[in-house]
Design a protein around this ligand. Sequence first.
Ligand code: SF4
Length: 57
Amino acid sequence: MKFSAKNDSIQCSIKNCVHHAGTVDYCTLDTIQIGTHEMNPTKKECTDCESFVNKAQ
Ligand code: SF4
């Protein structure tokens, strides 16, 4: 398991991501990139964390 320090400014519950803090719901990166897969994003489901990396890969 990874024990990097969490970033108190970025809360995240995506435990499948390699950047997740593990025991607490925070990201360990200094900064993250947020984007969209939509041409015209209108709701939160349209947004993506583009810094996500699948733990399984
Ligand atoms: S990179 Fe994105 S998805 Fe991964 S832990 Fe950080 S905020 Fe969550």
